[in-house]
Design a protein around this ligand. Structure first.
Ligand SMILES: C[S@@+](CC[C@H](N)C(=O)[O-])C[C@H]1O[C@@H](n2cnc3c(N)ncnc32)[C@H](O)[C@@H]1O
Length: 299
């Protein structure tokens, strides 16, 4: 991992006013005007295991123009439910930094990592706003270029919440044109799963006992049959001794950029309209883990 500071970002944008993530050019601004610093007034945190955000959320610096970014409502819900002000949040595949922007708005310290330096610069760009609100205390936010399989700059048992959104195997590529071989979206499926197992192991190491790790992950269809990426990834987290707390179904609205592209008007199958948010807990201790294993021994 290599830390990328605000100074690194300012030097970067001096000769690079934008970055390109595959075919999308994303401008980098020194200053931005923010209209609103949070979701609409009628926002209430989710109460059930089905989440749906038809309006994906564009407050603060959220833009929605990074490939496969997640709606800010997702990290907001997770941060509010599983952390307190001043806790540490980690997103080790942060993309455009949606999680970090939410952590900043909600006064949580945060660490963000991405394999792609351009993504780190977009994140720093999205974090470049000041939030003046009575009693607001600016949290510490650190960003790194690094590999989620090896979080060598993060101490054991130092993080309160992991909220992250890995590539869905190689369904959407983030760096094909840059040929970044450490990008998990560049790997064949079985290699990707081995990589996700390492991600799970590192997540377990850095998380404090009793704390939460949440991932958003979706499935796809190939040759008209269903590929259960999410179930296979979930298993890698269970394999390294996480306990499953929740399987939240997140409905998908923007079906234009769905992972499936079929040309016919009628299909013999249903278009995939959901993803999974798996919420795992690192057991407090052996006793809790054994109790969980015992209750699931019929698996
Ligand atoms: C689904 S995107 C995350 C989008 C993010 N939630 C957002 O809102 O912008 C997945 C990210 O994982 C990154 N990635 C892929 N392989 C990685 C690795 N080995 N370590 C860290 N990041 C990786 C990609 O560069 C990409 O930005």
């Amino acid at each position: 991992m290599k830390e990328i500071t605000q100074q690194d970002y300012l030097e970067f944008i001096e000769d690079q006013p934008s970055v390109i993530i595959e075919d999308v050019e994303i401008p980098l601004h020194k200053k931005r005007k923010i209209k609103t610093y949070g979701p609409p007034q009628d926002y209430t945190p989710e109460r059930t295991t089905v989440w749906s955000f038809p309006d994906r959320g564009n407050w603060a610096s959220h833009k929605g123009n990074y490939r496969g970014n997640w709606s800010p409502y997702i990290p907001r819900n997770l941060i509010l439910k599983y952390t307190q002000k001043g806790n540490w949040v980690l997103d080790q595949m942060m993309g455009s930094g949606t999680t970090l922007v939410e952590a900043k708005l909600l006064e949580r310290n945060a660490i963000g990592v991405d394999i792609n330096l351009d993504a780190v610069m977009i994140t720093r760009d999205r974090l470049s706003f000041s939030y003046d609100s009575p009693e607001y205390k600016e949290p510490i936010i650190k960003t790194y270029r690094g590999d989620a399989r090896n979080l060598d700059k993060i101490d054991d048992e130092s993080v309160d919440l992991i909220a992250t959104h890995p590539p869905y195997a190689n369904i959407i590529s983030y760096t094909r044109s840059k040929k970044l071989s450490d990008d998990l979206s560049q790997l064949p499926f079985e290699e990707y799963l081995k990589g996700m197992r390492k991600v799970a192991k590192e997540s377990f190491r850095v998380l404090k006992p009793g704390k939460t790790c949440a991932i958003l992950i979706g499935d796809t269809r190939k040759h008209k049959h269903y590929i259960p990426i999410s179930s296979r990834v979930m298993q890698t987290f269970l394999d390294v001794d996480f306990i499953l707390k929740e399987d939240i179904i997140k409905l998908q609205w923007n079906m234009k950029t769905t992972r499936e592209r079929w040309r016919a008007k009628e299909y013999e199958f249903y278009l995939i309209g959901h993803e999974h948010i798996f919420v795992f807990k690192k057991p407090e201790n052996d006793k809790e883990y054994k109790k969980y294993k015992f209750s699931t021994r019929w698996w």
